[in-house]
Design a protein around this ligand. Structure first.
Ligand code: SF4
Length: 377
């Protein structure tokens, strides 16, 4: 059911499993999809950034430069774009400049507080080294307060209280420092959204223990897996995770084996496998289509068989919201009033072309047609 590993990949499984350094992102990937973890950390297959990751990297580079070096938001942004491969499609520089400003403005101006950006911690445990990068640490000894902040560039917010990442960082910080102040808090900052979406958590002993238990549970589970047997690493149940996964084609590749090519299951188990196969194929096709679309946009059409993959520009669309004025115009210009009532894009385009008065420009708007990527014969 799963593609066999190449000999070089089998060798890699033996070596890579030895060099584990644990982190939240690594363990949460395992928790989300064991198979993805296997591909990334055991086989060490390339894991190119997807748009959300790219956004996060650019933002983190930018805000760090503003805090540490005093760069302006635009200088920080362009540096961040330069070192992280540019903005993903659909993002605009002004979105990021606004996010950087909003994030920076939220940092309190405290006279005696020490503010540290991108603090790297490594803690030795009996299960190996655990590391993290704290986005922002605010140490305010005058009020005996210590705060851990984490920047999130997502379009939706979530509660700091239930997000194990902050509590894990808090546990690691406590292992390193010992004393953590009488008030020890964490905060998730969502600079794309309003300040009211930020959320806070107070780190109690119970919270820190929860994080430690999560850490131990995940590491123990990873260590119980057989690195030489891909089947031991389960594919995730929530297949929405596959949408951004670079291994979608790999996962889809080996699934057909043993399933009926008619698509008609003989049992519930086979029905579930076919359902799983379809989801994996859809995720793989989506990724491949977006990859080849980018190729066609950059390099031109790709001939396949008797046709070609191409990008076609849709027609320009015309619209008139003020139909009353349009009817009045039609009457004065001795045009067909019925056509003015219909006001379809072909008529509007024609009348606009022929209009020397300039009146129609004021009431007719146009939008560019959408680009569509398709295979044409
Ligand atoms: S495609 Fe889906 S199942 Fe396969 S590794 Fe990625 S997230 Fe996991």
């Amino acid at each position: 059911m799963t593609p066999a590993l190449l000999p070089i990949e089998q060798e890699a499984t033996k070596v890579n499993v030895q060099k584990q350094k644990w982190s939240y992102s690594r363990l949460s990937m395992f928790e989300g999809c064991e198979r993805q973890y296997f591909y990334k950390y055991i086989l060490e297959l390339p894991y190119p950034s997807n748009p959300p990751m790219q956004n996060g990297k650019i933002f983190h580079t930018g805000i760090d430069l503003m805090i540490r070096e005093g760069y302006s938001p635009s200088e920080s942004l362009y540096y961040g774009m330069g070192v992280n491969g540019g903005l993903p499609v659909g993002e605009k520089p002004y979105h990021f400049i606004s996010m950087l400003n909003k994030a920076y403005d939220r940092i309190p101006q405290l006279e005696y507080a020490e503010i540290t950006s991108e603090l790297h911690l490594e803690v030795k445990t009996t299960l190996g080294i655990v590391q993290c990068y704290i986005d922002l640490l605010i140490d305010d000894p005058s009020n005996d307060v210590l705060e851990i902040w984490d920047w999130k560039t997502s379009w939706h917010s979530f509660a700091a209280d239930t997000h194990i990442q902050l509590a894990l960082y808090a546990w690691l910080l406590k292992q390193t420092r010992g004393y953590v102040g009488s008030t020890f808090k964490g905060r998730l900052i969502f600079p794309r959204l309003g300040i009211e979406e930020d959320s806070e958590v107070e780190f109690t002993e119970e919270k820190l223990n929860e994080a430690k238990t999560w850490l131990v549970t995940q590491i123990t589970k990873v260590q119980s897996k057989d690195p030489s047997n891909i089947e031991d690493w389960e594919m995730c149940k929530d297949r929405t995770k596959c949408d951004y996964c670079p291994f979608a084609a790999r996962c889809a590749g080996g699934l057909l084996d043993g399933l009926p090519s008619t698509g008609e299951p003989k049992s519930q188990e086979e029905a579930e496998l076919i359902g799983s196969y379809i989801l994996a194929q859809e995720a793989a096709l989506k990724k491949m289509k977006s990859g080849i679309k980018k190729w066609v946009e950059d390099h031109g059409e790709v001939p396949v068989g008797s046709g070609k993959w191409t990008v076609q520009q849709g027609n320009q669309n015309f619209k008139c919201e003020d139909v009353e004025t349009l009817i009045d115009y039609a009457k004065r210009q001795k045009l067909d009033v019925k056509e003015a009532v219909k006001a379809n894009t072909a008529i509007l385009s024609k009348w606009l072309d022929e209009d020397d008065t300039g009146e129609l420009k004021q009431i007719i708007t146009s939008t560019k047609g959408r680009k569509s990527f398709k295979y044409v014969n």
